[in-house]
Design a protein around this ligand. Structure first.
Ligand code: AHR
Length: 353
């Protein structure tokens, strides 16, 4: 018998993928491999190898995870890879060597960090991927690691595109500020945006389906074109310098789609530096929901931002406890996020980060 993990629990099925499909169950099918077990204990040592601390979103995520672990009387073994994938790989290796009980991993890049997950699996240490995921052709949630907890990045891209299409009447020359190359957050935010404009977006994830899920638009938006796209590495400084260069080369741009608020704020600074009026000369849409972004919306400089919650501490720790208790854990736990624009930015700014 094979086992299928679903939101409803572990289900035994007889004949592989066909049976799972017939039952309408979601992947993955566990064929042999199982995430390492975790003993029930009063306290745990959690490895937390963070990608960087260079923006408010990362700092909010770190604070959420650290404070929740410490509030439970557990111990956190924290590492900061400072934007280096190599360093994050080394950090995971050091946590494995330290024999932590479990690892909360926000993978900087999906493919290299899949190898780190594999190493943890081989060492018998359960991994919970937080916020970004790893390459599913190498390791899978429910097999080599416990689960993915995070937002639906593909839907985020589509929500940004939907707002921009509505605001511009379907006419826009767009500069895309791409996140870190190889990060699921960047890959899927780009795909969702492009697919929505092309009319090929189909909500991929039943776990994140809400009334806010964009409805696919047949035919798409042929008047909306991405005229330039380059990584700004999710940082404000690179967002500003990259946008400056792209805007000089493409002065006809009418919109910016940034994969996070920090790069969007960098683009806004660049526009102002060139005597332009962000929000009027160039419309800005982004992802995250940071305090500075909500202020920029209130100030009319940014049009909208799709929320991507950084507050992972409680859900990550609760999931670990459930896993240790033998309670079936879904292979993906998707955050349901808000959308911020001029209608509600002032309402939420005080609870932002
Ligand atoms: O993976 C989530 C992204 O990473 C956030 O949007 C961004 O701000 C962070 O660096």
């Amino acid at each position: 018998m094979m086992k299928v993990w679903t939101r409803r629990g572990v289900v035994a099925v007889g004949a592989g993928g066909a049976a799972a499909a017939m039952l309408g169950l979601r992947m993955p099918i566990i064929a042999g491999a199982q995430p390492p077990p975790l003993a029930q204990k009063d306290t745990y040592v959690i490895g937390y190898p963070q990608t960087d601390e260079n923006n408010p979103w990362r700092i909010a995520q770190t604070n959420s995870v650290r404070s929740e672990i410490e509030a439970r009387g557990w111990t956190v073994e924290y590492r900061n890879a400072q934007e280096s994938t190599q360093q994050q790989l080394a950090d995971v290796a050091s946590l494995i060597a330290a024999k932590v009980d479990a690892i909360f991993l926000p993978p900087r890049e999906e493919t290299p960090l899949a190898q780190a997950v594999l190493q943890a699996y081989q060492a018998g240490i359960p991994v919970f991927c937080l916020d970004r995921n790893v390459d599913q052709s190498i390791v899978q949630a429910g097999n080599q690691y416990v689960c993915f907890i995070g937002s639906d990045f593909y839907q985020e891209g589509a929500r940004a595109a939907e707002w921009l299409a509505g605001t511009t009447g379907g006419q826009a020359q767009i500069i895309e500020l791409f996140g870190t190359t190889g990060a699921t957050a960047a890959i899927d935010r780009s795909r969702g945006f492009i697919d929505f404009l092309a009319g090929t977006y189909t909500p991929a994830n039943p776990d994140s389906a809400t009334a806010a899920t964009p409805a696919p638009v047949a035919g798409g938006f042929p008047g909306m074109t991405i005229i330039a796209s380059q990584t700004g590495n999710f940082t404000r400084d690179e967002g500003r310098t990259v946008f400056e260069t792209l805007y000089q080369a493409n002065p006809g741009a009418t919109a910016v789609y940034a994969h996070n608020d920090e790069m969007a704020l960098g683009a806004i600074a660049a526009l102002e530096g060139q005597g332009k009026v962000p929000g009027q000369d160039v419309i800005v849409v982004s992802v995250d929901g940071s305090r500075d972004a909500l202020q920029a919306i209130i100030d009319g400089k940014m049009g909208a931002t799709v929320e991507c919650s950084p507050f992972f501490g409680p859900i990550a720790c609760d999931t670990l406890v459930a896993y240790a208790a033998g309670t079936p854990v879904p292979t993906q736990i998707i955050n349901i996020d808000r959308f911020y624009d001029a209608s509600n930015a002032a309402e939420f700014i005080d609870s932002s980060y």
